[in-house]
Design a protein around this ligand. Sequence first.
Ligand SMILES: C[S@@+](CC[C@H](N)C(=O)[O-])C[C@H]1O[C@@H](n2cnc3c(N)ncnc32)[C@H](O)[C@@H]1O
Length: 286
Amino acid sequence: MNTGSSLETVTLALKDSDFAKISTLVHAISGIVLPDNKRPMVQSRLLRRVQALKMSTLSDYVEFVTGPAGMAERNHLLSAVTTNVTAFFRETHHFETLEKVILPALKKGVLAGRRLRLWSAGCSSGEEPFSLAASVMTVFPNASQLDIRILATDIDQIMVEHVRAGKYGADALRDLENDWSGRLFGLPAKEVMRRGSAEIAAPLQAMVRCKSLNLQEDWPMKGLFDVIFCRNVVIYFDKQTQERLWSRFAAALQPGGYLMIGHSERVTGAALSAFSPEGITTYRRH
Ligand SMILES: C[S@@+](CC[C@H](N)C(=O)[O-])C[C@H]1O[C@@H](n2cnc3c(N)ncnc32)[C@H](O)[C@@H]1O
């Protein structure tokens, strides 16, 4: 019995050398740094992939995913190690700034036919882009007749499919306020909770286009954005990768456009000269 459990422990443990290989690969693909304290999380998530692929050991998996035959598996690897925590109207002050300052200033032009483009970069399961859509709809109730689009992107294909489905279960609905519920689902919070799941209102879904995109790779988008939300994403990247991204976001924004970042993030490096701080984790491009 004892022999059996120690054998199991040896087989299931993620060796130092394997964790190093996984960290190197994840960093090379996504810019995400996996510090040693993430090791138990990485180990337990990779064990699920070992089981799904009917492999025997984590070392077999590491050899496979880091080798040429494991290219397709790398999407699953990234899904397994990314953090997807999010919430509707998370860091509410950004949505207030959007509804009270940014969108009203653009209103006249947009009503006259100007394009309005927003980007949720690292959108996870979609609570952020759909909250953006609800804010846009508050200022532009006739959004479907205007040239308004919200791009939502994430490296994790499973998240992209979640956004495209536009359906949310009890977990995502837990802290929903009545006003938010009406704006997102067209139903009072009580009714949404009673049902246990709900679908995002069709006009909001129509505004959001979701695509898979690794922020470290080339961005295919041609036009400039008025607003970029990239919140709680770069926190997992090393400083050099973060600073490269800040500069790329500056270049992807219209002059006068806004970048919103996560509560524990700060724009640093060369991009600082392109932005003025405009409130809590809010930056405006010159
Ligand atoms: C913690 S969630 C943040 C979600 C949302 N922005 C928010 O603040 O609630 C981080 C997301 O960034 C995505 N991500 C991580 N690295 C990425 C990369 N290199 N390119 C694109 N998305 C990435 C993850 O898949 C995950 O869904």
